[in-house]
Design a binder for this molecule. Structure first.
Ligand SMILES: C=CC1=C(C)c2cc3[nH]c(cc4nc(cc5[nH]c(cc1n2)c(C)c5CCC(=O)O)C(CCC(=O)O)=C4C)c(C)c3C=C
Ligand SMILES: [Fe+2]
Ligand SMILES: [Fe+2]
Length: 345
């Protein structure tokens, strides 16, 4: 891939976050995000009505309040950890590489992040959508946008996309190490792996030969037929993490959070699972959120605070969120390994 002379460009991409927790910035973010046809995959008119008549006027002010809870002195964790990791990785890789960070929605934009690589005349680009599991709404959308931007360049370098990295040993090691410190401190009754959900129809659309129909068989194992099945990849992530942490099958549950709208999303739903755990005498629970590589609204607030409240109301005694990979050195090492496997030497 590419000649040995030029620099190699690394494009790190995450979902994106509002510029500030003000309602107008949150509204602009939600508009751009949810008008993406890969995220809300319904008719263009239906999407327009949902976003402009419901989400923008009603959800944006509510979401802004939650973003105000999340916001730190340095801003949104999804962004500042992204910036930290970009700098750490650049230092590790040295001057033969140019590492650039872009967000699929809002800032820093993918256009600007790609311009940085273009200005340095890199002769190959490795795009790493920082989603451990593939979904059309996340990784697929990043690929779509990078192709849309670069198609107009006069000189298009060789571009490679990372599809997923849930099975990268250093990814599993990094999450295991972060959770282990809690497992050593306390005898937890159960571990919950809660992933961001997606609508069920998106699983069916991704199915090869109609394999994934969300029945008993689908997602139970991970192989060629369901290699693009987000739900199967989440189960596989949990199996790998449980193995690394020596957690037996009966001591963990996989569930899916953050559903939006009335259509069915992939199940089981995390809030339903949480309510049942104390009834099964599982009162001390460690909660992992391995669909995210940095803390964000969905981890810190939804898992760390909202689910804790639901769990305690249902009779739970101790709820512990495992923080995300953020700026953990093993996460930077994992990215370095992914880059080494996917760029020219
Ligand atoms: C695993 C990654 C993600 C998938 C898959 C995903 C799908 C998806 N999300 C929505 C709607 C919302 N998501 C929101 C926040 C949000 N989502 C992800 C990641 C995935 N989304 C992240 C990292 C974040 C947090 C960003 C941050 O700034 O901290 C929100 C906004 C918050 C809110 O109002 O609740 C919405 C809305 C859909 C419809 C979807 C469909 C496939
Ligand atoms: Fe989301
Ligand atoms: Fe599946």
């Amino acid at each position: 891939m590419g000649s040995k002379k030029g620099k190699k460009g690394i494009l790190l991409v995450n979902l994106g976050t509002p510029d500030s927790p003000n309602t107008s910035d949150v509204r602009r973010y939600l508009r751009e995000f949810l008008m993406d046809k890969r995220v809300i995959d319904i008719s263009a008119l239906g999407r327009w009505m949902l976003v402009n008549l419901i989400i923008a006027p009603f959800r944006a002010p509510k979401s802004a309040k939650v973003y105000q809870q999340l916001w730190e002195e340095r801003g949104s964790p999804l962004l500042f950890y992204g910036e930290d990791v970009t700098k750490m990785l650049q230092k590790e890789l040295g001057e033969n590489y140019v590492v650039s960070l872009g967000m699929r929605y809002q800032n820093p934009s993918l256009e600007k992040a790609l311009q940085v690589l273009q200005a340095k005349q890199v002769n190959e680009i490795l795009v790493i959508p920082m989603f451990p599991q593939y979904a059309s709404a996340t990784t697929g959308s990043v690929i779509d946008k990078v192709m849309e931007i670069t198609k107009d360049w006069q000189n298009i370098p060789s571009i490679k996309f990372v599809s997923h990295f849930l099975d990268e040993p250093l990814f599993i090691n990094a999450f295991a190490e972060i959770g282990e410190k809690y497992l050593k401190e306390m005898d937890f009754d159960h571990v919950l792996f809660s992933y961001h959900g997606i609508p069920e129809r998106q699983i069916k659309k991704a199915a090869v030969d109609n394999y994934c129909q969300l029945n008993e068989k689908c997602c139970a194992t991970y192989h060629k037929k369901n290699q693009f099945c987000y739900r199967a990849q989440c189960f596989e992530t949990s199996r790998l993490l449980a193995k690394e942490l020596s957690i037996p099958e009966e001591k963990y549950t996989v569930a899916f959070q953050s559903r939006l709208g009335k259509d069915p999303w992939i199940q089981p739903y995390t809030d339903d699972v949480i309510k049942e755990l104390p009834k099964q005498d599982k009162k001390k629970v460690l909660a992992y959120s391995p669909a995210f590589i940095a803390d964000c609204l969905e981890t810190t607030i939804e898992v760390g605070e909202e689910f804790k409240e639901i769990f305690e109301e249902a009779g739970g005694e101790h709820w512990q969120l495992v923080e995300s990979l953020n700026d953990h050195p093993l996460w930077v090492a994992c990215l370095k390994e992914i880059i080494s496997k996917n760029t020219s030497h």
